[in-house]
Design a protein around this ligand. Structure first.
Ligand code: AMP
Ligand code: ZN
Length: 730
């Protein structure tokens, strides 16, 4: 008994060995079995757009919908050679027979008329297909009509049917059409790209109509008729099975190719690539990610055709590894992100020591217990101090802070003389932040009032801009439910970040300050000069006696909040725009792995939110957008005036005498706002935001583009009339 068991084990061992030596050959269908959204009965894609794209891929060349595909042209050529030869031969034979007196008048005329009509119909279809894309896409249906006509002719003009109809004997002079029917059905199969559904319909129609006609009319024995058609039936049955397999495989291949393209370019799959009116500007990181995607795709394609199991396994592992490399790149090659968790040499105390002294890290929520999220917080309707202004509309206007995309901060400013103070106080009351963080009421008042006072009365970079940016960010967060994943610390920090993000702005750009060797540029070593100054100023205001709203925060919350505020404000530096956009796109689109539960990701998302809110006026209703635009332009022009005064080169779009505002705005929206908003809105994935925000952005772009056009055509007319006048004078 023992012996046999041992022998058994040895057998298993040998068979395992031989398997690995011989290599098991995998069947394609088994290893690539994918679920495709196909209706198996009629072999069509369930999604009509996909179905349309499939037809397009068969009929047209890839990437060029105007040119017919090579395969389609070849199929057409074969079909028309066959059709023309058959008709020409039949007509010639009939004429020869007629000349010899073997063909009856009525038969010759019937044949000539029907074949003439079919030939005309066939060539009309070819003409229409080549003339218009609309008919090209309907080519299957057109060929069905043609086939219907030809099949009817072949069935009715079969010698046996004609003999029965005219009670005459045509047997000596005309053809039995069984063979030609089989050939013709095969040709039809080719020209409709093995469409299983059409082939089944045409085959069934042909067989039933001809058998029924013959059985009903012919005097031949039913057995003779059926045995004749039995061969045709078996041939067509085999053709039908083959047709199903070919079409299924073609659709499966098409689906796989679509999936691969989608994986390589997720934006294109949303149909967004084609109508983009701006150049995509990518960072090095994004290009590396795209290269990784291409490598992964190539490996995947190679794996699909490799038949050796162990090579296939290695290629699959390579795909996983590439995915890891991608993550590493997208997370910033994380040189500083030292992994302590998997290190068995370190005990918990060592880890805390290293993270506190050697790493830019603060302890996580998990370590200190979970904070409340804003989803748990009950909103209340604030009453003070807004009722003191005696303006009934103010309440409802403030109610729309963060709720109505087109909230008008200027109204609040006009009736109260304040912006930051009113909006900040309103939100603190709404979310009971003073109670949550034990902040005395007068500290809150003093902080917001001092912050507001520290904004200069600039055309654009003033306290109203800061309050408006806060409203815009809150709209994004609360409309998309992101707010439900934020805790009160995040909320109070983002309020401070938004309201302080431009404090003390001198109405001059970073470039101006750096080029003019300004004291501020020296202080911050030319690096995000203004943004560093805004952060420092916000904190120094908070440090003033009676202004410290963060006084009662514990050390962990304070550091967390500070990290968030610093990064949010630093990322409003437009000089780093493409770097920041590229990093966010890499995470939100290429990897799609952003998680609000992760503190670093949360900072990334909120910073991007503030960055978008900062230029939010570009997607507000035209009335607001135009107002903010004229203010920002006025501020640019004042800098230009200063540059002229100092005899310096005037910065782009800062010369009030030469700047074409519509052109500058069209460029700003097209190249800066649109790519940013598309990525941000696709991350938020909310219909309302897409509607109010993206659509308005496009409307505003058309508004400026229209102005550019009008201006150009007016300039052209003026030029023409000047040159015409010149010619007249000559
Ligand atoms: P911030 O200075 O933080 O408000 O950053 C936003 C920047 O976007 C501004 O400094 C401007 O340079 C720029 N910006 C905003 N609106 C416009 C506009 N309509 N045209 C051109 N640049 C704009
Ligand atoms: Zn700003």
């Amino acid at each position: 008994m023992n012996k046999s068991k041992i022998e058994g084990e040895a057998d298993i061992h040998i068979s395992k060995q031989s398997k690995s030596i011989i290599y098991s050959v995998l069947e394609h269908e088994n290893c690539e079995n994918q679920r495709i959204p196909i209706n198996p009965n009629v072999l069509t894609f369930r999604d009509s757009v996909l179905e349309y794209r499939y037809s397009l891929s068969l009929l047209c060349q890839k990437g060029n919908n105007q040119d017919k595909s090579k395969e389609f042209k070849n199929n057409l050529l074969m079909f028309y050679i066959f059709l023309t030869s058959y008709i020409v031969i039949t007509i010639t034979t009939s004429l020869l027979l007629y000349n010899e007196g073997n063909q009856k008048d009525e038969l010759l005329i019937t044949r000539l008329i029907i074949l003439g009509v079919i030939l005309f119909l066939g060539y009309s279809i070819a003409y229409l297909i080549f003339k218009s894309n609309k008919f090209l896409m309907k080519s299957k249906e057109l060929f069905v009509v043609l086939s219907f006509a030809l099949i009817s002719y072949l069935v009715i003009c079969d010698e046996r049917v004609l003999s029965a109809i005219f009670s005459k004997d045509y047997e000596k002079n005309s053809q039995n059409h069984t063979l030609i029917l089989a050939c013709f059905l095969v040709m039809i199969r080719i020209v409709v790209f093995d469409s299983f559904f059409l082939f089944v319909v045409l085959t069934t129609l042909t067989l039933t109509s001809s058998i029924a006609l013959l059985l009903a009319l012919s005097t031949l024995s039913p057995f003779a008729i059926l045995s004749d058609y039995l061969v045709l039936f078996i041939f067509l049955l085999l053709q039908t099975i083959d047709c199903h397999q070919v079409e299924y495989r073609a659709r499966q291949l098409f689906w796989r190719r679509e999936q691969e393209e989608e994986a390589l370019d997720p934006m294109a799959s949303q149909g967004e690539e084609s109508d983009k009116a701006y150049a995509q500007i990518n960072t090095e990181v994004e290009l590396l990610l795209q290269a990784c995607d291409k490598i992964k795709q190539n490996i995947k394609q190679a794996a699909a055709v490799i038949m050796y199991k162990d090579v296939k396994t290695k290629l699959k592992t390579a795909q996983t590894e590439i995915e890891k490399v991608k993550r590493g790149i997208a997370h910033g090659l994380a040189m500083h992100d030292v992994k302590l968790d998997g290190n068995g040499e370190l005990d918990e105390d060592d880890k805390v020591f290293i993270s506190e002294y050697c790493m830019d890290k603060i302890s996580s929520d998990k370590a200190r217990g979970r904070h409340q999220t804003m989803g748990d917080v009950r909103e209340i309707s604030p009453s003070f101090p807004f009722s003191t202004y005696g303006v009934a509309e103010l309440d409802s206007v403030l109610f729309s802070v963060g709720k109505n995309w087109n909230f008008d901060i200027w109204f609040v400013y006009q009736v109260t003389g304040h912006s930051i103070f009113i909006v900040g106080k309103y939100l603190f009351e709404k979310w009971s932040l003073s109670t949550t963080f034990s902040i005395p009421e007068d500290t809150v008042d003093r902080f917001f009032q001092t912050l507001e006072k520290n904004y200069h009365q600039n055309p654009y970079h003033n306290a109203c801009h800061a309050a408006d940016v806060l409203h815009t960010l809150l709209y994004f967060l609360s409309t998309s439910d992101v707010i439900k994943n934020l805790n009160p610390i995040d909320i109070i920090s983002l309020i401070v970040a938004c309201l302080g993000h431009d404090v003390g702005h001198p109405a001059l750009t970073n470039r101006f300050l750096i080029n003019n060797r300004d004291e501020l540029a020296f202080q911050y070593n030319d690096n995000s000069v203004l943004e560093n100054m805004h952060i420092a100023k916000t904190y120094s205001i908070m440090n003033k006696q009676g202004c410290n709203i963060f006084e009662n925060l514990d050390a962990d919350d304070w550091s967390k909040s500070r990290k968030l505020i610093i990064q949010m404000i630093l990322e409003t530096d437009m000089m780093k725009h493409f770097e920041i956009l590229g990093r966010f796109r890499a995470r939100a689109v290429n990897l799609a792995d952003l998680a609000l539960e992760n503190q670093d990701d949360k900072i990334l998302i909120l910073s991007m939110g503030l960055k978008c809110a900062d230029i939010g006026h570009s997607s507000k209703i035209l009335e607001l957008h135009e107002k903010w635009t004229s203010l920002v332009c006025e501020e640019f022009f004042r800098q230009g005036d200063l540059e002229k005064q100092r005899k310096q080169q005037v910065s782009m779009y800062c010369d009030r005498d030469t700047t074409e505002v519509p052109k500058s705005q069209s460029g700003f929206i097209k190249n800066i706002c649109m790519p940013l908003y598309e990525v941000w809105c696709s991350y938020l994935n909310n219909e309302e935001i897409n509607k109010v925000c993206l659509e308005q952005l496009k409307k505003n772009l058309s508004f400026w583009d229209e102005k550019v056009k009008v201006r150009r055509s007016t300039a052209l007319n003026v030029d023409n009339s000047v040159s015409a006048n010149g010619n007249d004078k000559k």
